[in-house]
Design a protein around this ligand. Structure first.
Ligand code: UDP
Length: 350
C-alpha cells in the first residue's frame, strides 16, 4: 500500500507529506516543481519530478510502486489569475486531472482523494454552506475544480475506484514545528500578504472591496489551519481504506472572519502596525463563505488549531524564517557582486 501525492512539494501537499511521516507512512511525491520546491520534500520521501498529466509516467508509478491511493493536490490556485487566464486553469486543473484519472482507471487504482475548493459554491445563499448546496462557481478556478469533481464522480461510478473530494475553505498557517510553510513567491493570499507587509517586505497592502453585504463591508472567509487540513486527508484516506463510500466533504471550521478582522489580528500577532489601502473589489470574490464541516467531523476529523491568532502565529514564524533566508541570500549576492570588482571588494559585509 503506497500513496502517491501529487503536488507534494507545495504548501498543502507538503504538509500532508509531513502528516503521513508523522504517522510512520512514507508516500511518494510527484511534482513538476513549478511552484513547489525540492527542499520542501523530506529526504526520506521519494520525489519524482514530472507532470501529473503524463499518463505514461503515472501509469508506470502506479505499477512499479504498487500505489493504491492518489492524493491529488497539484493545481493552480489563484482566483484572480484564473479570471485573467482561464485556459491556463482549465489545462492545469481540469485537463491534467482528466489524464491523471485515465492513468488511475487504467491502473485499477483503488482510492483517490481530490483537492477541491469552496470556490465551487460561488456566493452561497445559506451560510454556513453544506455539501448539499448547489455549486455555482464565480471564477474559472472554481469551475475548473467543479469540472474535475464531476469527472471523478462519473469515473468512479464506472469502475472500482472510490474517491473523497475535500472542498477546502481558506487554507492558512504553517507547520507548528516549523518544518514547512507557504513559500511560493508573489503571494496573493490574505494572511501571507498581511504578514509580508508586517515584516516590511511590502510597503502596504490592499483591501479589496469595502461595500460587500457583510458586517464591515469586507469579504468574510473561513480560515483553516493547513496542518488540520493535512490531517483531514488522512481521515479521508482511512475512510476509503476501511471500505467507506465515496463522498464530497467540506473542510473548514464553520467560523468566518472579515478581511479587516484578519488584518487586525495580524497586527496584534506581529506586534506592528502597517499601512492598508482601500482598493476596488477583486474579480471572482464571493462576499462571504463559511463551511459546515459536520460530515467531515463524523469521519473522525478533529481540528487542533481552530484559532485564528494561533494560525497567524505559525504563519508569522514561517515568514520570519523566509525573511531571514532572503536577507542572508541578499548579503551573499552582495558579497559576490563586490568581490567581482576588486575596487569595492573591501565593502563586502561578512
Ligand atoms: N484580500 C485582500 N487583500 C489581499 C489579499 C486578499 O483584501 O492582499 C481579500 C480577498 O479579496 C478576499 C479575501 O481577502 O476577499 C481572501 O482572499 P485570498 O486570496 O486569501 O483567498 P480566496 O478567498 O481568494 O481563496
Amino acid at each position: 500500500m503506497t500513496t502517491l501525492i501529487t503536488g507534494g512539494a507545495g504548501f498543502i501537499g507538503g504538509h500532508t507529506v509531513l502528516a503521513f511521516l508523522d504517522r510512520g507512512e512514507i508516500p511518494i511525491v510527484l511534482d513538476d516543481l513549478s511552484t513547489g520546491s525540492r527542499e520542501a520534500v523530506p529526504s526520506n520521501v521519494p520525489l519524482v519530478v514530472g507532470d501529473v498529466g503524463d499518463i505514461e509516467l503515472v501509469s508506470r508509478l502506479i505499477r512499479t510502486h504498487r500505489i493504491d491511493a492518489i492524493l491529488h493536490f497539484a493545481a493552480k490556485i489563484i482566483v484572480p489569475e484564473s479570471v485573467a487566464d482561464p485556459l491556463k486553469y482549465y489545462l492545469s486543473n481540469t485537463v491534467k486531472t482528466h489524464a491523471l484519472l485515465q492513468a488511475a482507471v487504467k491502473g485499477n487504482l483503488k482510492h483517490f482523494v481530490f483537492s477541491s475548493s469552496a470556490a465551487v459554491y460561488g456566493n452561497p445563499s445559506f451560510t454556513p454552506v453544506s455539501e448539499a448546496a448547489r455549486p455555482s462557481p464565480l471564477s474559472p478556478y472554481g469551475m475548473s475544480k467543479l469540472m474535475s469533481e464531476y469527472m471523478l464522480v462519473d469515473a468512479s461510478a464506472a469502475c472500482s475506484l472510490r474517491h473523497m473530494t475535500l472542498r477546502y475553505f481558506n487554507v492558512a498557517g504553517a507547520d507548528p514545528a516549523g518544518r514547512h510553510g507557504q513559500s511560493t513567491p508573489g503571494a496573493t493570499h490574505l494572511i501571507k500578504v498581511a504578514l509580508e507587509t508586517a515584516l516590511r517586505r511590502r510597503p502596504y497592502m490592499s483591501i479589496y472591496g469595502s461595500d460587500y453585504p457583510t458586517p464591515d463591508g469586507t469579504c468574510v472567509r473561513d480560515y483553516v489551519h493547513v496542518s488540520d487540513l493535512a490531517r483531514a486527508h488522512l481521515s479521508a484516506l482511512d475512510h476509503l481504506r476501511n471500505g467507506g463510500e465515496s463522498q464530497t466533504l467540506n473542510c473548514g471550521y464553520g467560523r468566518g472572519y472579515s478581511v479587516r478582522e484578519v488584518v487586525d489580528s495580524v497586527r496584534r500577532v506581529a506586534g506592528v502596525d502597517f499601512e492598508t489601502r482601500q482598493a476596488p473589489r477583486r474579480a471572482g470574490d464571493p462576499a462571504s463563505i463559511v463551511a459546515d464541516s459536520d460530515q467531515l467531523k463524523k469521519l473522525g476529523w478533529k481540528p487542533e488549531f481552530d484559532d485564528l491568532p494561533k494560525m497567524i502565529e505559525h504563519a508569522h514564524d514561517w515568514e520570519k524564517k523566509l525573511t531571514a533566508v532572503a536577507a542572508a541570500r541578499e548579503q551573499r549576492s552582495g558579497m559576490v557582486r563586490f568581490a567581482d570588482n576588486s575596487n569595492y571588494a573591501h565593502a563586502a559585509v561578512p
